[in-house]
Ligand binder design. Structure first.
Ligand code: GLY
Ligand code: MN
Ligand code: MN
Length: 455
């Protein structure tokens, strides 16, 4: 649906909150205490210094990512290496076969080298044992024929440039990942090491490759989706008036992490009442009221592969007539997309595409309070590719192909009625249609009410 700039997760926080869920009555939203205390601290600082200005900058999101989150690999690097440790470089040197039998000529790998840091045994006391380039199992553990110390990268690169004075690398940030500076820094590093080389951005090619998933990737996405379905099933039994949104978010994180997900695939969104209409609502700090609907857009990531699932529930366990009406329209749009999706269709907003099918359905069913069609309340795209990133890179005009995994997530958001409904499922494109990877999770209002009544 949307792009997140925060890619971090709160695994430990999630578990801690889950324990709170089990053990205590939850506290209210964030407590800042007495604001005079902060003033007093500033006054103390002025007393202690006294001869100059005091200037301090808040963190921005990138800084927080660097200082407080678990390490996550550069996705394209991971996609090409499966290597999940920091400070590594990959160098692949091609070789063109000139044999007469190879027409057109075939280019294959001559050498592929993974450069990793040498052991730092002091550091390993803090972060645990790491693989070193000289370890006997370095090749088996990485799948690279050659594993060398990162210190040897400059000289290996110089050698390779003698044969190929051109470098393909990532030169532009991946919009889906929130990256801003990383590529710039890396490219400038490479420019210094190879001032005479020509450069070409390999992001478009990687976007193309990553769009179609392998069987192994699909298996991991299924695991992420299955664990997240369990999280939604648990949430359906937990939602009721008086429960805090963060309790449900924590419970869901607990459920998918205990099934092997390493972290949320994106910051969990649990929004009740008016907040059901806020697309990126991840504060999750309101208490559910009877009469609210609750949008739960929450899912985990399994061995790096994301899932992305949304369900909308009535906090009381029963939809009102109006909530049910809007819900049925979103469901109808989603079903129309499931029926039409197949290789050759497009996901984006182009003519005859799946977005148009969903939009037209919504715009021709139901009305808002002033009597206008509802298309204006479908305010985001229909879906996106899912893979290493929850918003995996994709060309939205490219026709769908078997092996693509995309979301189908229409929504209607009417703030005046404090009524937001989104239903989001994951589709695997097959030879002649789709497999709904998340079909096990109830979607109809009747199924949802029945499950909620079981708590
Ligand atoms: N959970 C993010 C999205 O639906 O796109
Ligand atoms: Mn989505
Ligand atoms: Mn989502």
């Amino acid at each position: 649906m949307l792009s997140f700039s925060k890619k971090n997760s709160c695994a430990r926080l999630g578990l801690a909150l889950a324990i709170l869920w089990l053990a205590t009555t939850p506290a209210a939203a964030w407590d800042h205490g007495n604001l005079n205390d902060y003033h007093d601290r500033r006054a103390r600082l002025v007393r202690e210094t006294g001869d100059g200005l005091i200037v301090l900058f808040s963190y921005n999101e990138a800084d927080v990512a660097a200082s407080t989150t678990q390490f996550r690999q550069n996705e394209n690097f991971y996609y090409l290496t499966g290597w999940n440790q920091p400070n590594a470089v990959m160098l692949v040197i091609p070789h063109t076969l000139k044999r007469a039998s190879a027409i057109p000529p075939v280019t294959e790998i001559d050498r592929e080298i993974l450069f990793i840091p040498p052991h730092d045994y002091r550091q390993e006391k803090w972060t645990g044992p790491k693989l070193g380039p000289d370890d006997p199992d370095a090749r088996a553990q990485t799948g690279f024929a050659e594993v060398e110390s990162i210190n040897l990268f400059p000289q290996e690169l110089q050698e390779a440039l003698k044969k190929f004075p051109k470098i393909y690398t990532e030169m532009t940030p991946q919009p889906e990942s929130g990256e801003e500076c990383f590529q710039k820094e890396m490219v400038s590093k490479l420019h210094k090491l190879a001032p005479l080389a020509t450069f070409e951005d390999m992001r478009p090619l990687l976007t193309k490759l990553r769009s179609v998933k392998s069987a192994g990737e699909i298996a991991l996405i299924r695991k992420a989706a299955d664990a997240s379905i369990e999280a939604h099933l648990a949430a359906m039994k937990a939602v009721r008036p008086g429960v805090w949104e963060y309790e449900v978010a924590a419970r869901m994180q607990y459920e998918f992490q205990r099934r092997g997900c390493e972290w949320p695939a994106y910051p969990p969104i649990v929004g009740s009442g008016f907040f059901s209409t806020v697309l990126h609502y991840d504060q999750d700090d309101h208490q559910m009221q009877s009469g609210d609907v609750v949008v739960m857009d929450v899912a985990g990531s399994y061995s790096g592969y994301a899932s992305d699932i949304t369900r909308t529930l009535p906090a009381s366990g029963r939809f009102t007539a109006r909530q049910r009406e809007i819900y049925e329209i979103v469901l109808g749009a989603q079903n129309a997309v499931i029926a039409a999706a197949k290789p050759g269709m497009t996901l984006g907003r182009g003519k005859g595409g799946l977005y148009e099918i969903a939009y037209n359905y919504i715009n021709t069913h139901g009305k808002d309070q002033p009597g206008q069609p509802l298309g204006q309340y479908f305010i985001h795209g229909l879906g996106h590719s899912v893979g290493l990133n929850v918003h995996d890179p994709m060309d939205y005009n490219r026709p769908l192909e078997p092996g693509m995994v995309v979301t189908d997530e229409p929504g209607i958001y009417i703030p005046e009625e404090k009524l937001g409904v989104r239903i989001e499922d994951m589709l695997l494109i097959t030879q002649d249609g789709v497999e709904v990877l998340t079909r096990r999770l109830p979607r109809t209002p009747d199924e949802i009410e029945k499950l909620m009544a079981e708590k």
